[in-house]
Design a binder for this molecule. Structure first.
Ligand code: ASP
Length: 400
């Protein structure tokens, strides 16, 4: 897509997002009647994810030539992801200790939803177990990307060991990848309308602007804490973009279509196709686009990690439980792992937070405090998740 074309589309996407806020704010419930337009856009994006992820990873690894380069690429990627996620959690802990949003919050008697209670027995071992799927088709049908990515990597590695026989297979996946990216460009043109509808319908479903403000006020300081933390982390990532990846602000503008889609969909997985296309247009090296971004959309979630740490501390404060430094260190580690384990789908972070709460012995009922505003904060943390992946791809492009 040409630069002018991309910028025009960006303007329409921004207008769509702003229009969605205004329409949902004032129309309230009525705005939900257009939710199908948002679903249409979302479904179109989701439709591309499975073939795109599998083809891009296999063709990406194929293009490396020497399999030893995969070790370097993978190594840098994992190190980058771990460090930035750690920084995010650290910022979350700093901000929540500073603002103390939970102090004096009224505990309510709302019950915890079933889907969260079901996760009660979830431990860190489950995150490792989720790497390998016994049934790829069933994983694909549930859009569980991580086991598919692991499979694609192992499969591509196997291909590199079979000599000439691998050539047509790599060429096939390369072709599939190219065709999928074309499809993504077409779907991108639905974004202005799709994002308009997604935002308007979501805001409408909580009853419009006034209702929404009332909900926010109930846990206002929690919202302020999370947004402050996410803002600081965004600045850190901008610094990384400028000084490590050596990219200017045009990179941020170039990625904006994906970032606004992340805000509109609250799903890094659904946004992934657009993240890849925007990175490609910004001349990020294909190996980083094809390998770093799919992995990032699944395991690199800076916003979610920051959120989990801040939210758990908020719950502790609300219950008047003082967490020692050692316990905060446990929050640090488990929040990082819980963010890795969270799927790139709406409100997944709230579910994996069970792991963090259990690790430090906090009541799961605390989650009920956060339910009303989670959908809202989810959009901001998803945007930061996608921004973290985008900067990651630019960094890895520079380092490898
Ligand atoms: N919705 C987030 C994402 O897709 C995950 C979360 O709930 O934090 O990146």
């Amino acid at each position: 897509m040409s630069h002018t074309h991309a910028m025009t589309l960006l303007v329409f996407i921004v207008l769509g997002a702003i229009g969605g806020i205004i329409f949902g704010w004032y129309a309230g419930e009525a705005a939900t009647s257009i939710s199908w337009l948002g679903t249409l856009f979302l479904n179109a994006l989701k439709m591309t994810i499975i073939p795109l992820v599998i083809a891009s990873i296999i063709s990406g690894i194929g293009s490396l030539g020497d399999i030893r380069r995969l070790g370097k690429l993978g190594g840098y990627t994992v190190i980058y992801y771990t460090i930035t996620t750690g920084i995010a959690v650290f910022i979350g802990l700093l901000v929540v200790n500073w603002i103390q949003p939970g102090a004096g919050v009224q505990l309510t008697q709302t019950s915890v939803p079933e889907h969260i209670l079901e996760k009660q027995g979830t431990g860190i071992s489950d995150i490792f177990l989720s790497l390998i799927s016994p049934n790829l088709v069933s994983s694909a049908s549930q859009t569980q990307l991580l086991p598919l990515i692991v499979f694609a990597i192992i499969f591509a590695m196997a291909l590199t060991t079979i000599g000439d026989k691998s050539k047509p297979v790599f060429a096939l996946f390369d072709g599939i990848n190219e065709a999928m990216m074309k499809l993504v460009i077409w779907i991108m043109h639905l974004a202005p309308v799709g994002i308009f509808a997604l935002i308007a319908a979501r805001l409408g479903s909580v009853g419009g602007g006034e209702q929404f403000m009332a909900e926010i006020k109930a846990v206002g300081l929690h919202v302020v804490t999370v947004l402050t933390g996410l803002f600081i982390h965004t600045l850190v990532l901008i610094a990384v973009m400028l000084f490590i990846a050596r990219r200017g602000f045009d990179y941020l503008v170039g990625m904006a279509r994906a970032l606004i889609t992340a805000f509109g969909t609250a799903s890094s997985s659904a946004t992934l196709p657009l993240t890849m296309e925007c990175a490609r247009e910004n001349r990020v090296d294909p190996k980083a686009v094809k390998f770093v971004l799919p992995l990032g959309a699944t395991i690199n979630m800076d916003g979610t990690a920051l959120y989990e740490a801040a939210a758990v501390m908020f719950i502790a404060q609300a219950y008047g439980i003082d967490l020692s430094l050692t316990q905060q260190a446990i929050v640090f580690i488990t929040a990082t792992l819980a963010a890795i384990g969270a799927a790139g789908i709406p409100e997944a972070g709230l579910v994996t937070m069970v792991i963090v709460l259990t690790a430090v012995g906090l009541p799961l009922e605390g989650i009920a405090l956060l339910l009303a505003v989670d959908w809202f904060l989810d959009r901001f943390r998803t945007t930061v998740n996608v921004w973290g992946d985008s900067v990651g791809a630019a960094v890895i492009d520079r380092l490898t």
